[in-house]
Design a protein around this ligand. Structure first.
Ligand code: NAD
Ligand code: DAU
Length: 340
């Protein structure tokens, strides 16, 4: 089925100073020279303006502010033709320790953006996660599709599930021109050191031992963040309004396999890590079936060589110590308190 093409010229990217949002901003600047980007970001612990530093000033503007601030949204949304919504509290472990900011930013923030999209008649793309579907057993041949029932496990994923449902309601009831994407685990440059892959790489770079939760057999479906960006662009510009598209690149791997690959590529022995306390409610396995996105929009991932992607990511952290060093100790102190 062919969807009409939408040609945005002036977009707002919320959370554009975070990991995936900033990679999307780089992608748009590089691939779509006709588009201007306004980044709206509160610069929480996870947002870093360095992530978009050096991009041309006539193409990218940073507005520091909160997506929950309706007055601010009324000032900046007019004149734009789309909101691409990445901003979130994104880390499961943090949501277990303190769920409150997740409810505010992920639920209230999405509500405010939808209301602003409605008031100002702009298109809205909602970036979400495969975690809304809960988890699969290790031996289950099934993968998530757009028809899988919602069954979130953590405070984080339940707030993302709530925000997805708000988008559907605002589309159906008020006619907000919206699309949704649910992606699997991203990796690549600019990912906060609280997340699995950067945490292990930076531990090794500091001469510390990586930390593996539980039995290490949990499976995540890894996709390079650049492939996530290209998929979001296709959905924003050619996706059907009111539709959901799953994004994944057939990258299922157990945590212990990923950790051993990192250890091996960084010259350490495969058992040079610590087993630590498991995450409460830890989802066992995620797996995405991206057939709809591939068939309907013709999207294909470009970064399917995981070993090469891991090497590039390791090299990025090696070369950008000044980027991660200032937040490493505070991150590890938080983990130490949690026994992780
Ligand atoms: P991140 O934590 O790295 O970045 C979040 C960004 O949002 C930060 O720049 C932060 O300052 C900003 N932010 C937080 N609260 C805000 C608020 N109230 N107002 C304005 N800005 C605020 O997150 P990420 O890993 O880049 O994830 C981005 C989005 O992608 C999230 O919606 C997440 O649910 C989704 N997602 C992430 C993954 C993944 O693997 N990381 C996979 C699928 C979907
Ligand atoms: O699936 C998409 C989701 O992927 C996104 O919605 C989330 O925003 C993103 O954070 C990510 O969630 P996970 O919980 O899967 O990612 P995380 O990097 O926290 O952990 C990946 C796996 O590694 C998970 O099974 C827990 C495990 N883990 C994590 C850390 C930080 C460890 O074994 N050791 C660790 O030190």
């Amino acid at each position: 089925m062919n969807a009409a093409t939408f040609t945005p010229k002036n977009i707002i990217v919320t959370g554009g100073c975070g990991f995936i949002g900033s990679n999307f901003v780089h992608h748009v600047v590089r691939e779509h020279p006709e588009v201007h980007v306004t980044v709206l970001d509160k610069l929480t612990y996870a947002g870093n303006p360095e992530n978009i530093a050096g991009l041309p000033e006539d193409r990218v503007e940073l507005v520091v502010g909160d997506i929950c601030d309706a007055d601010l949204l009324d000032r900046i949304v007019p004149g734009h033709d789309a909101i691409v919504h990445y901003a979130a509290e994104s880390h499961n472990d943090n949501s277990i320790a303190d769920p409150r900011p997740f409810l505010r930013t992920n639920v209230e923030g999405t509500f405010q953006l939808l209301e602003a999209a409605r008031r100002h008649g702009v298109r809205y793309h909602h970036v979400s996660t495969d975690e809304v579907y809960g988890d699969l057993a290790l031996d289950d041949p099934a993968r998530f599709t757009e028809d899988t029932p919602y069954h979130p496990s953590s405070p984080y994923s339940s707030t993302k599930a709530a925000s997805d449902q708000l988008v559907r309601a605002w589309h159906r009831t008020y006619g907000v021109a919206a699309t949704i994407s649910n992606c699997s685990n991203n990796y690549g440059p600019y990912q906060h050191v609280e997340k699995f892959i950067p945490r292990q790489i930076t531990n090794i770079l500091m001469g510390r031992r990586p930390k593996l939760y539980g039995d290490g057999r949990n499976v995540r479906d890894w996709i390079h963040t650049e492939d996530h960006s290209s998929a979001v662009w296709e959905i924003l510009t050619r996706g059907r309004l009111g539709e959901t598209y799953l994004i994944g690149a057939d990258g299922e791997r157990s945590n212990i396999d990923v950790l051993r690959a990192i250890l091996e590529r960084m010259g350490r022995s495969s058992d040079d890590f610590d087993w630590v306390r498991d995450r409460p409610g830890h989802d066992r396995r995620y797996a995405i079936d991206a057939t709809k996105l591939r068939r309907e929009l013709g999207w294909e991932p470009a970064h399917t060589d995981f070993a090469a992607g891991l090497d590039a990511t390791i090299a990025w952290y090696r070369e950008h110590e000044e980027w991660w060093r200032p937040v490493k100790e505070a991150t590890e102190a938080k983990y130490a308190e949690q026994g992780q």
